[in-house]
Ligand binder design. Structure first.
Ligand code: PGA
Length: 273
């Protein structure tokens, strides 16, 4: 796991956008796994800016979102379909038939999950999966106790997640109780995983998944089993890490190596390679 600690949320979004843009420039037909929530918003803003200034095209890109609330139609302002359209898709030159956000209105979620997984396979698998993390350590809506081998399926949301997300709804009662979500097993198949966390309310979850045991109680901890994960944190989110100083030293050594064109990771953070 490459743990990168930056000063603030703005630097996190810049670095994340640099990594995503770097991939799309190297591979214009890249398959991106996308996330919703407050954390990736500024990153999407940066990507839109790069597109507007003529530096980045999404014309060949395919996307798959992690999850959706069950019961919300795409026209609902709190649906993740709506979120993606509003905060990214409508601002860039991506083709709408290549944007996949799970449906909150499927009849048979067992079958729907299977089809969503198949669509990911048909697209060649996910090159880069963007993730946030819940304060309960979830990735996508894989709540504590989710199988670390799980696939796209229905999941009941915890009270903590519903409370965290109630800030976007008029009341807690309006927050759906079920979601459809990629599984932990689905996420682990992405070639590169980029997890962003900002703010002090994520410090506990960050420490648990980076330094704690691999456990279904903190589903993000399964990322320890993946060979290429980049975790980008702002200082408040990194505050509880016991080995914080070590990660800073590793990162400095890594940047030094990159200047000599040697690399441990498959690609550097730059957009030139
Ligand atoms: P947030 O959500 O980015 O709004 O904090 C992250 C998550 O729940 O995965």
């Amino acid at each position: 796991m490459r743990v990168v600690i930056l000063k603030n949320a703005e630097e996190v979004s810049r670095r994340a956008a640099e990594i995503i843009a770097g991939l799309v420039k190297r591979r214009p037909t890249a398959v991106l796994g996308l996330a919703t929530g407050s954390t990736p918003l500024a990153t999407y803003g940066q990507l839109i800016e790069l597109h507007r200034s003529g530096q980045l095209s999404f014309a060949g890109v395919t996307t798959f979102n992690l999850d959706e609330y069950v019961g919300l139609p795409p026209s609902h302002p709190q649906s993740y379909n709506f979120f993606m359209h509003n905060h990214l898709f409508r601002h860039v030159d991506i083709s709408s038939d290549r944007c996949h956000v799970p449906s909150g209105l499927a009849d048979n979620y067992y079958e729907y999950g299977r089809q969503y997984e198949q669509a990911i396979q048909n697209a060649g698998g996910i090159d880069l999966q963007l993730l946030g993390i819940g304060s309960d350590g979830h990735i996508a809506f894989n709540e504590p106790g989710s199988s670390l081998a799980s696939r796209t399926r229905l999941k009941a949301l915890t009270e903590e997640t519903r409370r965290d997300n109630s800030r976007f709804f008029d009341s807690l009662d309006e927050v759906p109780k079920l979601a459809v979500t990629m599984g932990v097993g689905t996420i682990l198949e992405a070639r590169h995983i980029l997890l962003l966390a900002t703010g002090a309310n994520k410090a506990g979850a960050v420490r648990s998944f980076v330094e704690g045991p691999v456990t279904s109680q903190i589903t993000a901890s399964a990322l320890q089993l993946h060979p290429w994960v980049t975790v980008i944190l702002d200082e408040p989110a990194a505050d509880w890490l016991e080995r914080r100083q070590y990660y800073v030293e590793v990162e400095a050594a890594q940047r030094e190596l990159e200047t000599k064109n040697q690399r441990y990771y498959p690609v550097t953070f730059g957009t030139k390679d």
